[in-house]
Design a protein around this ligand. Sequence first.
Ligand code: 6PG
Length: 242
Amino acid sequence: MRQELVVRTTGEELWKVLAERWRQIAFEAVREKGYCTAALPGGTTPVGFYLRLAREPGLPWHETHLFQVDERLVPHERPESNYRLVRESLLKELAVAPGSFHAIPVGRKSPPDATCDYEEDLFSFFTPREEGMPAFDLVLLGIGPDGHTASLFPGAAALAEKERLVVYVPPSVAGTPRVTMTFPLINNARNVIFLALGSEKSEILARVLGGKASDLPASRIRPREGKLFFFADSAAGPASRI
Ligand code: 6PG
């Protein structure tokens, strides 16, 4: 597995480099297969990037299909909705609509229904196009100070999942019921990019980069055949590159 750390002084500089990387990945995927797939997280970190991405000229949005990494099962109007965040900072701002946006359904009768419906949505998109486990061109991820990523929290049952693409995370784990992509799906991606901003992320990022915290969910993101990137501002990133 190839791993690379990209550090820039400010978030703005970092997002510029990340937008270039997105462009490269998207065009390469479209050239190869005719479409690009990307999964987007929530949290506060990616907001600046989404706003920047929306202003990037000439991206192949018609051929780009967007999915959610995880979601809190709350109505879309609620401030903690990841769908709302992506809609407000990216989708609403885009001049050209993406090929499709696949939202994790939140209004289902039961959380397991939401999980099954989203998994079904993933299969119905990928099965006619690719064999086996879906391979996203790009998965963006945030990282929590406790080492969680997506809605994969330390000690949660979701960490043990070996087959499913997405699972339900009960409120006992993180306060709000959630649906999250699993390790098998994320680790099958061609590119996985962690985003980290600010000094409150420096300790956890150093632990994950140091490779001595294999128990942390974020440390278990190791794309089987893809590349792993860490994009950090200088407050979060270590002084030297790896
Ligand atoms: C979420 C995320 C979660 C997030 C981290 C970091 O929706 O909350 O999927 O994994 O990326 O908690 O959050 P911040 O970007 O807000 O620090």
